[in-house]
Ligand binder design. Structure first.
Ligand code: XMP
Length: 323
């Protein structure tokens, strides 16, 4: 639309005047925010932007490939991929506190990122002065950067940056809400799967495992999550649902029965919500037959999960994520 064209032009101009002739790096998370921020900055400064994708091993099924293949195909952006899954798992070993998880993931992310950025310098022989981030208005407000809001959760893309951070931030989406970012993404020609992807937290599946994060638990949650997303898509409900976290209660076991045998497995929680901006949310009334298919498939296809429950708490008092 006319207004979106204006927002693109104004944002591109603002980025150009901020970055000047310098170089910038952008971390791609797999989500729409960083993708749109990167595409916008790419339009403004072209190949003086290098994107870095830190694969922290906490992504959902297929998401790494979507960044490495689809996003690069759509934008032609210069992308550097870092496989840091082992490093993150090691740093998270035995950690159960939600805020500790966030701080560790945020800290490791910045470190891996800075290492990658230094390598970008080596290639181009020029300092990288700017870091592009897909921070949205609700992130700013919830981290206390807006008017009078408390620090509810430390969002790692806003707070928790180390003091010796060597970059100046470029945050072209800082005044926008999610729906505006999506329209911006469409205007920039990004693929539909990226533009319409539901929001996903920076710490990823790390804050959807209640308990310590392990390789096996991640695999299990990835399978359950993929099934839930697949059935939601099959039912044509993707755009009606704001977010659909699937949460593994890794330290809880309950008794079940399957075939002739008693099982003693873990529950997963389905947390589908509707929302305008994530500040408040309502639990989504998914059709029973969709819930039924998800439940049957998860208990049949995911070993060690013998119970599926649905979270019917709005925000407030619940948050969207369980941690
Ligand atoms: P809550 O759980 O606070 O989440 O209702 C609000 C929105 O923020 C996302 N979220 C995060 N995003 N880093 C992020 O980048 C985080 O640590 C984080 N925690 C929550 C959540 O998925 C929802 O969209």
């Amino acid at each position: 639309s006319w207004t979106m064209v204006n927002i693109v032009e104004e944002s591109v101009e603002a980025v150009r005047s901020q970055v000047g002739g310098k170089r910038a790096v952008c971390g791609l998370s797999g989500g729409v925010d960083s993708a749109v921020a990167a595409a916008l900055v790419q339009r403004a400064i072209g190949d003086r932007l290098t994107c870095v994708f830190v694969d922290h091993g906490l992504l959902r099924k297929g998401e790494a490939q979507q960044v490495e293949q689809d996003f690069v195909a759509a934008t032609g952006v210069d992308l550097k991929v870092v496989d840091a899954a082992d490093r993150f798992l090691k740093a998270l070993d035995g950690v159960t506190d939600p805020e500790d998880k966030r701080k560790i993931i945020g800290r490791e992310f910045i470190r891996v990122f800075e290492e990658a950025a230094r390598e970008v310098v080596d290639v181009h022989g020029e300092a990288v002065e700017f870091l592009v981030q897909g921070t949205l208005y609700p992130d700013v407000v919830e981290s206390g950067g807006g008017t009078g809001a408390a620090n509810i959760k430390s969002h790692h893309n806003v707070g928790g940056l180390p003091d010796d951070l060597q970059f100046s931030l470029v945050e072209p989406l800082r005044t926008l809400f999610k729906d505006e970012v999506r329209r911006l993404g469409e205007e920039l020609g990004l693929p539909q799967e990226i533009v319409w992807r539901q929001p996903f937290p920076g710490p990823g599946l790390g804050i959807r495992i209640i308990g310590a994060v392990t390789h096996d638990r991640l695999d299990l949650l990835r399978e359950a999550d993929a099934i839930a997303r697949e059935e939601l898509t099959r039912a044509g409900l993707d755009r009606d649902i704001w977010q659909f976290p699937v949460v593994l209660l890794a330290d809880v076991r309950s008794v079940g029965v399957q075939g002739d045998g008693r099982t003693y497995g873990h529950p997963v929680v389905l947390r589908p919500v509707t929302s305008e901006d994530a500040m408040t949310a309502d639990w989504a009334r998914l059709p029973y037959d969709v819930l039924q298919r998800i439940s049957t498939r998860i208990t049949n296809e995911v070993a060690d999960v013998n119970r599926v429950v649905v979270d019917i708490t709005s925000k407030p008092p619940g948050t969207i994520e369980w941690e």
